[in-house]
Design a binder for this molecule. Structure first.
Ligand code: FES
Ligand code: FES
Length: 223
């Protein structure tokens, strides 16, 4: 039984990997192709694919379009990046289209679904509603930064154990939001969890599993 349970868990972790919950470029590309291929293909232009860690970038890097880009330094999942970027680019666009951190999903792009939720200085933020240039000195954490190597964050593990997802499109945002929810001490009853997670929509209706996962993680999540 224990072996079956382990195999089942590994299988579910494999699904999470395919949903970009781990930082694995091959599976991430596969998921983008399968789920969001058309819109991503339209959205990603050749100019938008330039990015590099700070230690690899030319500090005098050419602007994308003369007079329209500015240089910004972002710290994401503990790693520093420098970008020449249009000041109107949202943090979500910068993550997905400049840095290929595609775990954060674009749902509505209007602050209504929570699919794009990331942690900024430990607080949950809809990355579609904030500009990348506003976060020079901030600590940004995306779903790719939660696991410790192959060890899932307790909230990720709880989502697997409790079937907290179906298609998985909302899951990165749900997990980031749930981690902040615990820090906010807003998980003291089922009603409170539902209320404070109401900004994260799940089109698959996996709410029962999400609730169970948050309750399980509450006893295990690291500070
Ligand atoms: Fe940001 Fe929906 S994509 S809230
Ligand atoms: Fe499909 Fe939430 S699991 S949208």
């Amino acid at each position: 039984m224990a072996k079956e349970s382990e195999e089942s868990f590994e299988s579910e972790v494999g699904k999470l990997n395919e949903l970009s919950i781990f930082d694995h470029s091959e599976t991430r590309r596969k998921f983008i192709k399968q789920v969001a291929g058309t819109s991503v293909a339209i959205a990603i232009g050749p100019n938008l694919l330039k990015s590099a860690p700070l230690d690899q970038i030319d500090s005098t890097g050419a602007a994308e379009a003369a007079g329209e880009s500015i240089n910004v330094h972002l710290k994401i999942n503990g790693k520093a990046y420098a970008l020449d970027i249009d000041p109107r680019v949202s943090l979500l666009e910068a993550l997905r289209e400049r840095l290929q951190l595609t775990g954060s999903k674009k749902g509505c792009d209007h602050g209504q679904c929570g699919a794009c939720t990331v942690l900024i200085n430990g607080r949950r933020v809809n990355s579609c509603l904030t500009l990348a240039v506003m976060h020079e000195s901030d600590e940004i954490t995306t779903i790719e930064g939660l696991a410790n190597g192959k060890e899932l964050h307790p909230m990720q593990a709880a989502f697997v154990q409790q079937d907290g997802f179906q298609c998985g499109y909302c899951t990165p945002g749900q997990i980031c939001s749930a981690i902040a929810l615990l820090k906010e001490n807003h998980a003291n009853s089922d009603h409170e969890i539902r209320e404070w997670m109401s900004g994260n929509i799940c089109r698959c209706g996996a709410y029962a599993g999400i609730l169970a996962a948050i309750k399980e993680a509450k006893t295990k999540v690291r500070a």
